[in-house]
Design a protein around this ligand. Structure first.
Ligand SMILES: [Zn+2]
Ligand SMILES: [Zn+2]
Length: 322
């Protein structure tokens, strides 16, 4: 039997059909054998020692031996550039900046095997670059991560991308509108409701919770949500520690339950000047493991098919030790 459902926050329609998951066991761990990797690869532009293969860095955190631990560099093939509009203005002109955030000095490091200390360096870099790129008439700064080719990564070495832009992207606008509508209908924010009913939460700490959203367009999706803050740039040192800890634990659990799969991770946060929507919205990370490609049905109709038994997934994530 199939049901048509709507995700409360994205507003996207999905067809829920858990029968389809019987095609294969969705929780059968797939150990994408982590390629044949070493700490250093001579052809990798993101490896320690190969800095001459990239543009000059914009930020780094340095260790006791004066070597970088994480660093950011301008993207060689940017989606947007900071080129300002000229006389021959075009109405549809869009500008911004695009950097690559190198998340480790080791080629074989990845989110499934990193320590919480390593995540601290990464989040510190995210915050630094987020604040630095959010300037002039920038309206939004997006942080995204593609892990492994199947999820769109063009380089194997662990990295994210940060892109500032002179517009607020439609996904964010829709989420904020849906969060406001949810509040008006339920007299409580979607994110606070998730926190208070606890059913879908599998890890929680003082400042963050990780949960499996209902009616996700993508099947294997996790959200990590700030309990109290709407704007990512307001994160403080204590919160960075606990965000790093929950990220480390989440990836460990995912590795145990669903396996070392390709994934996308991205940050959603309230745009800086949007004070009207503070109480409806919390900044959060989406983590989407990519077990399946979208097919023609999704591309043609804009309706996604979800065949995951959410309850079963939550049970499995809860049962595993941290
Ligand atoms: Zn490398
Ligand atoms: Zn979101």
């Amino acid at each position: 039997m199939s049901e048509l459902k709507k995700n409360s926050i994205s507003g996207k329609l999905i067809i829920l059909n858990t029968e389809r998951s019987k095609r294969c066991n969705e929780f059968l761990k797939k150990q994408t054998s982590c390629m044949n990797k070493n700490q250093y690869e001579k052809d990798c532009p993101l490896c320690l020692g190969n800095e001459n293969m990239t543009p000059k860095e914009t930020f780094s955190i340095i260790n006791d031996r004066k070597k970088w631990i994480v660093r950011s560099i301008p993207n060689k093939y940017p989606i947007l550039t900071s080129e300002k509009n000229t006389e021959n203005q075009k109405d549809n002109f869009i500008h911004g900046e695009h950097e690559v955030l190198v998340e480790s000095n080791k080629h074989d490091a990845n989110f499934y095997n990193m320590t919480s200390k390593e995540f601290v360096y990464i989040i510190k870099m995210y915050v630094n670059r987020y604040k630095e790129l959010y300037k002039d008439n920038i309206k939004y700064v997006s942080i995204i991560k593609n892990y492994l080719m199947k999820a769109g990564a063009s380089l194997e070495h662990s990295h994210s991308q940060i892109i500032s832009m002179s517009i607020v992207p439609p996904t964010i606008k829709e989420e904020i509108t849906n969060a406001r509508n949810y509040f008006n209908e339920n007299n409580s924010s979607y994110f606070d409701e998730m926190l208070s009913n606890k059913n879908n939460i599998f890890i929680e700490n003082k400042f963050f919770y990780a949960f499996v959203p209902e009616n996700s367009s993508y099947g294997l999706e996790i959200n990590i949500v700030s309990k109290y803050k709407s704007n990512f740039e307001e994160i403080n040192e204590d919160e960075i520690e606990l965000l790093s800890d929950i990220l480390m634990k989440t990836y460990k659990k995912l590795k145990e339950v669903t396996g070392h799969l390709p994934f996308n991770m991205f940050l959603h946060t309230l745009p800086k000047d949007d004070e009207d929507n503070l109480k409806y919205y919390r900044y959060h990370f989406h983590i989407i493991q990519r077990k399946w490609f979208f097919g023609g049905f999704e591309l043609s109709n804009g309706i996604y098919v979800n065949s995951i038994d959410t309850e079963k997934l939550i049970e499995k994530l809860k049962n595993k030790k941290n």
